[in-house]
Design a protein around this ligand. Sequence first.
Ligand code: BES
Ligand code: MN
Ligand code: ZN
Length: 501
Amino acid sequence: MDVRAFTGGFLEAPVDTIVVGVFEGDRGLSNVAVVVDKAMDGAISRMVKAGETTGKQGDCIVLHTLGKLTASRVVVVGLGKAEELSLERLRRVAGETGRFLRRVKTRKAVVEALGTGVKGISFESAGQALAEGFIMGLYAFHKYLTKEPDDVAIEELLVSETDSARAVEIERGCRFGRVLADAVNSTRDMVNEPANRMTPSDMADIARTLARGHRLECTVLEREQMSSLGMGALLGVAQGSSQPPKFIVLGYRGAPDSSKVMGWLGKAVTFDSGGISLKQSDGMESMKGDMSGGSAVMNAVAVLAQMALKANVTAIVPATENMPGGRAQRPGDVVKAMNGKTIEVVNTDAEGRLILADALCYAVKEKLSTLVDLATLTGACHIALGDFCSGLFGNDEPWQKKVREAGEASGECLWPMPMFNDYAEQIKSTVADMKNSGGRWGGAITAAKFLAEFAGNTPWAHIDIAGTAQTDKERGYLVKGATGVGVRTLVNLARLTAREE
Ligand code: BES
Ligand code: MN
Ligand code: ZN
C-alpha cells in the first residue's frame, strides 16, 4: 500500500473515494470540502447542518456521488476542534480513516493535506503524519489464518495539492512517514509472531537480513563468545532453554565525521515463562512479546539507513528465552555480569534486567557516548502508568529530557519516574553485590536502579514499555496486539541529535 503526493485536480483524481475533513464547531468544512460540497449540490453541508456529522475526531460518514463526480464515494472525516489540532491528532484520524475506508471497500482514495495551515502545521509534517497514521492504522496480522478475512486491500492514498512546491514538501513527508510506519509494522510483525517462530536465532537471521538490505554492520555473538566476554548474567537466563541465545549488534554510521555513537539497547526475551519462578498461566501467551524492545531497536536502526540520517548508532539486542527446566538457573543462584559485579538471582522472572546488565556493560566497553534502552521490563510500570505512557528513567537529566522530546514529537508518551538512591536499598543482597529483585513496591523503579549499576557514567535513559508494547483495543493508529512502540521515538532522537551537531 502506498501513500504519496498527487498534483492533479482533486475532483479528477483516479480514485473511487474522495476524503475531505470537517472540523468540529465554527470552522466547519475545509476549503477542499467546500469545493466537493458544491460539486455534490450541497450534500455535505446539508449533512453537517442536520447534525449527521459533528466533526468529532475520527467520526467518518460516507456519501455516494451518484455520478456527480468521477469517484463513486465521498468520505467526510471529523478532525475535532481546529484549535486542538496537532500532528498526533492527525495521525490518529488518519489511522481511523484508513480502517473506515477499508470497511466501505475503498481501493484508492484521495485526501487533501488535512490540517495544513492550522496551528502552524506544515505540508511536510502533515504528509508525514497522514502516511504514518494511515499505514500503521491499517496494520493486520493475518499470517496464520488459513481463510484470509475478505477485507479489500487498500492500494493507495493520494495526498492532493496542486501547488507543485507544496506537493514536493508533502511527498518528502509522505516518504518519511511510509518508511517509519513500515518499520513500526515490521516490529509489530516480529512481536505478534508466536515464540515458536520467533526464537533468538530467528531474530539474529532478521538482523542479518536487515544488515544486508541496508548496509549495516552486523555481529552476532554465540554462547561461547558471550562466555569468554564474561556475560554471566545473560547466560544464566539462557541456560534453561534449548534455544541458543544470540547477542545481536547492528551498527549504522551515517556521520563518519563525528566520534559520537549512540547506543540503542533492546530487551529480547523471545518467551518469558518466568523460569523456575514460573508465571501463572493466565495470559502467559502475551510473553511472546517480551522481545518488543529488541525488535523496535533493530527496525529503528534500519530506518536511519533508509533515510540516510546523519547519525551514528549501535543497536545492541541480547536475545534469549527464559524457560524452566533441568538446566535452568535457580532462585538463589549467584551470577557474575561482564563488569565483574555479582548478582543474587532471587527471582528468575526478573530476567530482563539480567540480560540488559550485560548488554549495558558491552555498550560501556564499546565506549558508546549515550545510551537508551527499550524494555518490557516490569508489570509494575504497567500498573503505574497504564497502557498510554511508557516509563522514563535514567542517570542524566538533560539526556532524559532529550529522549522525552523525541517521544513527544512522535506521539509516544514518556513519563519521568524517580531514581532516588533510597530505592537502591531494596536491591541490596547479603550474599552478592546486589539482588535482581527489590520486591513488589516500586518495582519499576528498583528495576531501573538495578540497570543503573551497569550503565556506569555514560548518559543513559531507560524506557519501560511493559504497558505500551501491546494493546487489547483499537485506538487511532494502534490495533490489537503489538504496537511497535519505540521505533519512532528512537528515529526522532537520532534526527534531533543530528540536527544539533
Ligand atoms: N517481562 C516481564 C514484565 C512484563 C509484565 C512485561 C507484563 C509485559 C507485561 C518481566 O520479565 C517480569 O517478569 N518482571 C517481573 C519482575 C519481578 C519478578 C520483580 C514483574 O514485573 O512481575
Ligand atoms: Mn520475567
Ligand atoms: Zn521479561
